[in-house]
Design a protein around this ligand. Structure first.
Ligand code: C5P
Length: 403
């Protein structure tokens, strides 16, 4: 992203060196525009070395390139840190007497101002009116932090820590990344976690799935620009920008999946194949001796196979693209890949993600190893790797197949 980092003349200018580093290390293209006063605190050589670009403060440098208009027009995000009382006043009144104030007038992108000044200047009615005016116009003025100021005094007016300013800017950076992402315009539905099939108000039949892989898939898809619906039994916190639909049982999950109009459905959930035939209204009591023929037994009935239902409903259409998961162990009949191939042939989804499960493998872990299988090509093995890396590899594979 093309970022303009404006720096006004306050002692907190030194903190902006760290902010600049965070932007460049995250792969952004940063043009630093300090004011003349800012250069009293941190010199042009520092800004230039850290940004890898020439640094100007006045509109008279390289006039043939019309920098007073071009820099603002080309910016995708303008961040001014620190923004002094003087800079806020100029911005609020549309003054343009140097390169930074010209840039603020010509920018059509989001503008974030991070004020830093003494408490008296910040609370002064003139500054507060200027801040209110700027906010009304849609400028994002961050509240200054409270704490130690330049001298011994303390109060509101401190520049927030560079990391906090970076985090604040993240929503703009992420939004830009998403809009251009390879899954922009696609609605992706992901199921995650193990279903819980109730026996009575207290107990359920469940499984060891944590939902971590499904959540990693949701985070990865959101970053790639997809609209993401995450249908989950897990108590993990949903990644930002993802619509979470909480469910418990296989039948609730089926219902929630059915309501979606999706381009891609990833069935990462571990769906119980069976549920108790009946659910007791009250807690089942334990007052039975061993071998008592009246002791409760659990009768199971089949749950719907959600993925099979999706394949059937889709018929010969190619949408939604369907991804199934298979938790497999090798046995006397064959290894994990052998069983996974057979499952792909049975399930008829577009992509099958097979992972090896067992003692200390996959379930609840942050890492796993998966084999990606399509009907007409060799399996691709990913891992052992973090589930976020596996998620990225799965989306890379899906993207290859999407129209
Ligand atoms: O047949 P198996 O349960 O191993 O298949 C696993 C795949 O099928 C997973 O993608 C899982 O989410 C899905 N599944 C389902 N409904 C079930 C059981 C499994 O959609 N009742």
């Amino acid at each position: 992203m093309r970022i303009v980092l404006g720096v006004a003349g306050g002692i907190a200018a030194y903190k902006s060196c760290t902010l600049l580093r965070r932007f460049t290390e995250s792969g952004h293209d940063v043009t630093v525009v300090p004011t003349a006063a800012a250069l009293q605190f941190v010199g042009a050589a520092t800004w230039s070395a850290l940004s890898g670009k020439p640094v100007h403060t006045e509109v008279w440098d390289d006039v043939h390139q019309v920098p007073h208009v071009r820099i603002g027009q080309q910016a995708e995000l303008v961040v001014v840190a620190p923004a002094t009382a003087d800079l806020l006043a100029k911005a609020a009144h549309g003054l343009a007497d140097d390169l930074l104030t010209n840039t603020l007038l010509t920018a059509r992108c989001p503008v974030v101002l991070a004020p830093a000044m003494h408490t008296e200047m910040w609370t002064n009615a003139a500054t507060q009116t200027n801040v209110a005016t700027l906010r009304e116009r849609g400028v994002d003025v961050i509240d200054p932090a409270s704490g130690r100021l330049t001298g011994a005094d303390t109060g509101p007016g401190r520049l927030p820590e560079p990391e906090d300013i970076f985090e604040h800017c993240r929503s703009y950076l992420d939004a830009a990344e998403r809009a251009d992402g390879p899954l922009a315009g696609k609605h992706v539905v992901i199921t995650a976690g193990g279903t819980r099939e109730p026996l009575d108000p207290v107990r359920f039949l469940g499984n060891r799935s944590s939902g971590k892989q499904g959540f990693a898939l949701a985070a990865s898809a959101a970053k790639r620009g997809a609209r993401v619906t995450l249908i989950s039994t897990s108590s993990l916190i949903a990644p930002g920008g993802v619509d979470l639909v909480p469910v418990e049982t296989a039948r609730q999950m089926e219902e929630a999946v059915r309501r979606q109009d999706a381009d891609v459905i990833v069935m990462a959930a571990a769906v119980a194949d069976f549920r108790p035939a009946s659910v007791a209204n009250a807690k089942i009591k334990k007052g039975f001796a061993a071998g008592d023929p009246d002791a409760p037994t659990v009768e199971l009935v089949r749950n719907p196979d959600i993925l099979a239902g999706l394949v059937e409903r889709r018929g010969s259409a190619t949408t939604p693209y369907l991804v199934g998961f298979a938790a497999e162990t090798g046995d006397a009949e064959g290894d994990v890949l052998h069983h996974a191939r057979a499952k792909l042939a049975r399930k008829k989804c577009d992509l099958l993600v097979a992972n090896e499960v067992g003692e200390g493998l996959t379930f609840g872990q942050d890492t796993s190893t998966v084999h990606l299988l399509r009907a007409d090509s060799e399996a691709v093995t990913i891992g052992p790797a973090d589930k976020s890396v596996i998620a990225d590899a799965i989306w890379d594979a899906v993207q290859q197949d999407l129209p």
